[in-house]
Design a protein around this ligand. Structure first.
Ligand SMILES: [Zn+2]
Length: 379
């Protein structure tokens, strides 16, 4: 990969670094990096990778830009609201650097597509807020032998770690089991807007170092960042010989949708209701209590507006409050988008509750199809 005259000018400050130099810049030009999640972490990461001249950047996201994203997702501006994140981001990155190629993958990574998407890239940068996706991506990187730079944020704190094939632990070594109910997403918990700026920049730093072969990546070291105390703390992480995917006797030899309803038998035990169907059911329920309507959003969201007859049990509290379910009734979970309610169904199944139900598309679908006056608090 040779550099053109405009590229030599554009990347002059890189080339001026003896450690990186022209060779390093040529490596960046030849590199292919995929960014999972064009959100808080993916925004700064993708911007810096584009500016740095990473030749091909893939973006994986299936969401559209919401106004509440703009507090931290610096890839987008007010005019992007309503657009697909992948498309708006692609435009922004090409405006920043027309020398590169940006590939939009408008989809959710799952066991059945993750290998195909990641296979063509040299390095994976994971900034997803979905824990289930995090495991799918980790497992795929181990199976494909791809470097993976992970980061996650929560309220005022974040952490980052890099996995290099054959060198050090993977994400599953660090967190062996998915605990869906425990990890709150940004929508539920809130997040300091500038926080992902720090962690996403760390991810871009790692990517540039690995691709150019300079410095020491955070392999086997979990770097944690506390914005309130403005403190970085490093925790050593060792590879687990019994890790299910990178261990000596791996039990995961192909991607699987861990923690999600990958098991068709389990999936068939969840009742998925459309907004219209729920509307009819609720009308019929005035005479007989069949469903126990549980809103698994945070109290703040519940307070802004909820379905009549619903009670509030936030997802994070659900497991220890299953005892409060109305005996003999079917729990019917609702949330804003249908994501948390599906998690609630998974937890209910694990707790031995038969045939839980949830509102597909969440209260957003309800507001669109049944009652536009419902205030669905922004995430
Ligand atoms: Zn592992």
């Amino acid at each position: 990969m040779t550099l053109s005259a405009p590229e030599l000018s554009r990347y002059h400050r890189h080339i001026a670094l003896p450690e990186l130099g022209r060779t390093g810049q040529e490596r960046l030009k030849g590199a292919r990096v995929v960014v999972i999640g064009a959100g808080g972490l993916g925004s700064p990461a993708a911007l810096y990778l584009a500016a740095a001249g990473v030749g091909t950047i893939g973006l994986v996201d299936c969401d559209r830009v919401e106004i509440s994203n703009l507090q931290r997702q610096v890839l987008f501006d007010s005019a992007s609201v309503g657009r697909l994140k992948t498309e708006a981001a692609r435009e922004r990155l090409l405006a920043l650097n027309p020398e590169i190629t940006v590939i939009a993958h408008t989809l959710t990574l799952r066991a059945d597509n993750v290998l195909d998407v990641l296979r063509d890239y040299d390095l994976v940068l994971d900034g997803t807020d979905r824990l289930t996706t995090r495991y799918v991506v980790n497992d795929a990187c181990v199976l494909l032998g791809k470097p993976l730079v992970s980061a996650a944020i929560h309220r005022f704190e974040g952490h980052a770690m890099t996995y290099l094939p054959g060198r050090g632990p993977c994400y599953r070594c660090l967190f062996p089991e998915a605990e869906e109910g425990v990890v709150a997403s940004c929508a539920e918990a809130g997040v300091l807007g500038v926080l992902p700026g720090v962690l996403g920049s760390i991810q871009a730093t790692e990517a540039v170092k690995i691709l150019t072969g300079i410095g020491e990546p955070i392999v086997g070291r979990l770097v944690t960042y506390d914005a309130l105390e403005l403190r970085f703390v490093e925790l050593p992480v060792t590879r687990r010989p019994d890790c299910a995917v990178c261990g000596e006797h791996p039990t995961i030899t192909a991607p699987r949708d861990a923690g999600e309803l990958c098991d068709p038998a389990a999936a068939s035990r969840v009742r998925r209701l459309t907004a219209a169907a729920l509307h009819e059911l609720l009308a019929a329920q005035r005479t007989r209590a069949v469903f126990d309507l549980i809103d698994v959003r945070e109290p703040r969201e519940f307070g802004a507006g909820h379905l009549q007859g619903a009670r509030n049990v936030p997802l994070g509290d659900l497991e220890r409050r299953f005892g409060e379910l109305v005996p003999g009734s079917t729990p019917l979970f609702v949330c804003r988008s249908g994501r948390r309610s599906l998690m609630a169904c998974t937890l209910a199944l694990r707790a031995g509750i038969e045939a839980p139900a949830h509102l597909e598309g969440g209260l957003l679908a309800w507001a669109a199809e049944v009652d536009p006056s419902l205030d669905v608090a922004a995430g």
